[in-house]
Design a protein around this ligand. Structure first.
Ligand SMILES: [Zn+2]
Length: 477
């Protein structure tokens, strides 16, 4: 038995102090936020009521309604929130203080997150949801200098000669010749087939040896970790979209399904082939790309439709290619972008056989991060995909930039314990992870990285999360 030390007054006060929200400066580079939660702490109940009434008045409500707010926790939450905004409103020109108060009063949380020392969840939620962060970033992050804007713009490919030319059906842009359909078919399909073959052989195993699968729960743990890390490391950007996924119940793991055990529809197959057709079509490792040679212009919907149909015919006419495409579908991670339901994320659960399982797991982790990033890109930025000549730069290259940010953080801040969790269910030797330096998707990744270097991390992540596309050298049309 141990003797209990009798607590002194200092001990008790230290505990009280520890759990109190404190005045402090929050560093959210490039932003700084002053939290003066102590202002609220000293208020009497009566003073709280008076303040609440004036908050309701500013928010455009009958101040008498404030009387009905009797929940102690919520009363304090609202005061802390308004105080935080009041203290920081001057720092951000153009911030709609009244609008923010109206939002707060109308969206009182069912389970309020209160300010707490060493935590910034309260501040991120209040500043994010009331648009303070978005407005602050807009004011703080410098616009692109003209010269840099031009350099960045060039990475998306040559612009249409007439920016007013629509990209709808039948539209043509004057800079590219018409599509040479025979040439496209003849050159692209063999390249695409090679790409599929090279992918599929990574799972080959001696006959009689059973395949091994990654456990669903292990991948769930990784998905949840990826979401937490993204939220923690990509601030203040991740919280700057007031209606973004992090604020609207985004639960990454719930979107995931096991692709290895899913039978694709014809539509699924052709979509997957489309994605790879762009990789094959834009490849310049052996000289001019097939797309350039055939005059394929991804901004012309006629060209896109032709390619889609060609791929559909290809798998309809050749059963062996179809089998290859199905196997490919079942062995590649992917996300679908959907409007309302948010789409789904398919993961490969089967272990590859051409490398240690632990290496395959690190790759799965990177894929999990990559597919999550697809869910985080602002729709306004994603919509630019159809307006540039090199759509894959945004569609996959930008995703790779964000993947690198999150994945490398996970590696750099990993511990023995966290590595153990990430490697759960893995057999054989443990190989160390490799930091992500170059981006995937060949040339598209290179261009995306160039844009990232040109505009800088601040502008890039602001654009990625808030959809302010001018910051990455795109112009609103
Ligand atoms: Zn992707």
């Amino acid at each position: 038995m141990t003797t209990q030390k009798i607590p002194t007054m200092e001990d008790a006060l230290a505990v009280v102090q520890r759990d109190q929200p404190v005045d402090r400066t929050l560093d959210l580079p490039p932003l700084q936020v002053n939290a003066k939660h102590g202002d609220v702490l000293g208020l009497s109940d009566q003073e709280v009521t008076v303040r609440l009434a004036s908050i309701y008045r500013i928010a455009g409500h009958d101040p008498a309604l404030a009387q009905r707010l009797t929940d102690t926790q919520l009363r304090l939450w609202l005061l802390y929130a308004v105080n935080l905004l009041a203290v920081n409103r001057e720092a951000v020109p153009g911030f709609d203080f009244k609008g923010a108060l109206t939002w707060l009063v109308n969206n009182m949380p069912a389970e309020p997150v209160m300010p707490a020392p060493n935590r910034r969840e309260f501040e991120l939620q209040v500043l994010g949801r009331t648009r303070w962060l978005r407005t602050a970033l807009k004011a703080k992050v410098a616009r692109l200098p003209d010269q840099v804007r031009q350099q960045a713009a060039a990475c998306y490919g040559p612009p249409p000669s007439n920016p007013n030319v629509p990209s709808g059906p039948g539209a043509s842009s004057e800079q590219t010749p018409p599509l040479d359909k025979d040439l496209l078919r003849k050159e692209l399909l063999p390249k695409l087939q090679n790409l599929l073959l090279n992918h599929v052989v990574q799972w080959s195993r001696p006959s009689g040896r059973e395949p091994r699968f990654q456990q669903w729960e292990d991948l769930g743990l990784i998905a949840r970790l990826a979401q937490t890390v993204a939220w923690q490391t990509l601030q203040p950007y991740a919280a700057a979209r007031e209606d973004g996924p992090f604020f609207t119940g985004f639960d990454y793991f719930s979107k995931i399904y096991d692709k290895t055990r899913t039978l694709p529809t014809e539509q699924d197959l052709v979509k997957h082939l489309m994605n790879r057709a762009y990789v094959a079509g834009e490849d310049t490792s052996a000289g001019k790309s097939v797309f350039t040679l055939a005059g394929y212009d991804s901004m012309r919907s006629d060209d896109r439709v032709f390619l889609f149909k060609t791929l559909g015919q290809w798998i309809a006419e050749q059963p062996s290619v179809r089998r290859l495409a199905i196997y490919f579908f079942q062995h590649i991670g992917s996300s679908t972008h959907a409007g309302t339901d948010g789409g789904g994320v398919g993961l490969v659960t089967e272990f590859r056989t051409d490398r240690p399982e632990s290496q395959a797991r690190w790759e799965t982790i990177e894929t999990i991060v990559h597919e999550m990033a697809h869910n985080l890109i602002h729709p306004n930025l994603l919509a630019q995909v159809d307006k540039v000549r090199r759509p894959m730069v945004i569609k996959e290259g930008f995703i790779e930039v964000v993947t690198r940010e999150v994945f490398n953080w996970m590696i750099d801040n990993g511990s023995e314990a966290s590595t153990k969790r990430l490697m759960m269910g893995v057999e054989g030797q443990l190989v160390p992870p490799v930091r992500k330096t170059t981006l995937g998707y060949a040339e598209s990744g290179v261009y995306a990285d160039q844009i990232f270097q040109l505009v800088g991390r601040e502008r890039f992540l602001t654009a990625f999360f808030t959809g302010d596309i001018e910051l990455v050298g795109l112009s609103p049309s």
